[in-house]
Structures are given as structure tokens and as C-alpha cells.
Design a protein. Sequence first.
Length: 303
Amino acid sequence: MADWPNRGLPLAKGISANDLARLFRGHTGRMLRQVWRLGPMRETDPGFTLVAQAARLAGWRVLARPSGGWRLIDLAAARVEGWPRGSTAKRLRCYERNLAAQGVVGWRHVRGQDWSAQVLEELGQIEAQSWIARTTDGSDAKFLHAHQRVQWQRALSDPVLAEMLCATILTLDGRPVAFCLDVDSGPCQYGIAGTYCQDMAPFHVGELVNYRVMADAIADGQGVLDLGSGFSGYKREMGAIEAYHLVDMLLISSPLFAAVRGRMWGGAPKVAASASTALQDGGHAGRAGVWKPLPDATGSDGV
């Protein structure tokens, strides 16, 4: 799962582009060096527009590229419609029977005081046996390495965060084989991470745990399940719609370097009529490597 890459910039209430422009000038501008990357973040994030305006006021160039879509499930609608559909329920029952034929199936729900170092190690064990560890460099793992688990332990020492963070773990004969990690913020539940043991893939354990999370969220009265970006196939099957686009932004102090960088990231930048048009032109998913000049309100292309 590449579920929660969304990054923004917290800004003080009432701050203006002129105020922020000071960041790109003088000593602080030199500290940023030639390039500052911001994102991925929501295309419609007001902070995105404000920072871009500030950078231009200070003479910097702004490039933007699409970075995928963000998917949400309307749990309130699913509840009214009587989710799951008959065909979905039938498929999941079949998966459950096939898995039960292999051993004793168990479910664990962890949050609040239930969190422990042992639970974090179990999540790391699942990642160690997943495609993340076997086919990648492991940089996308959340619990695989000891230093990562230490960071989670620090976060979980806050009782408020510990109560918000919840894990759903599927076990077979006591062995953890799949998990999902979510943040429960009340009306909205955010999917943060999840994976499964590769040898259990034929038994659809990843799909089972995802649907279990959704069923529990519906039963708990949640309004929205935020599944983030990436891996859109299974999310569409679950009923997730693309709610908005993400963008990456490069702020570059040198006009020449901005022109060169734009070409290095996938071809000559083209002037777009609007930020929205630039992201939607030709479909963002297939052009995620192309940096484009982000137009400002006066029509300047920034290069």
C-alpha cells in the first residue's frame, strides 16, 4: 500500500504570499539552496497555491507534475445501500472457507493500550515475508526494521495517538499473515499501511483483511474510508472513487536550471492553461514523470 503520501505545509492563519516570499530571499533562500521539493500534496490545497505565489514573488520558478489520484470510499452510502453486494459477499465467503481449510483463522484488533513491542514485531514479521521485502529495497516498509519500530513506539507512547492508531491482523494457526493499519479520526478513517505474507497470496488474505477493515468501519458508523493513492485496482473493486489529484512541486531559484530540470523529468515543459488542466491533460497516471511549469494568475509560465 502506498496509502498516505500526502504532504502539505502548515501555514499560520492569515499569512500572505508577500509574507512567505521572505522565505525565498536572503539567508533563508540560500539555505533552501537551488531547489526545494514540496509534495505530493492535494492539487486544491490552498497552501500549494500560496507557496507557489510566494516563490514567484521572490523570483523563483515553479514546476509541477501530477502524482496520482487519491481514493475515498463513501461508507455512509455503502451502509445505506446494504454493502456488500451479493456477489462480493459470496466471493469473500469462498475465500474464508478456503483459508479455514488450511488451519484456524483468527482476527485481532489492536488499539490504545493493546499496542506493544510484540505487536509491532508481528507487523514487521508480516512485512519481512511480503512482496515489499522480497521484491523491493524495503524503503516503503513501516515496521520491517528495528529503528522503524522504535519510532512507532515513541508515537504510541502518546495515549491519544495510541487510541487513534488501529491495526487489524489476520492470523492462521496463530501466525500473523496479513494486516492493515489505520488512523481513526472520528468520521473519517485513514488507511496508512498494510500487506500480507507472500506465501499466503493464493488464499487472498490481503483482500480479506481490507474488506474486514471496511466492514468494521461501516459497523462503527464511520463516514469515509480514506485509502490514499496508489494500487488503484483493488481500491476500485472496494468502491473507492478518485476524489482529487496529487501534485509534486519543485521550487527552483535559477531560470536556467528550471528549464533544464523540466526536460530531465520527462520532456520539454509545456505551458498549461491552468494547474487543473495541466494535471488532467492526457491522464495524470501515465505521465507522472513529467514536470511542467505551473502557471500563475497572470498567465506567466514560470520559466
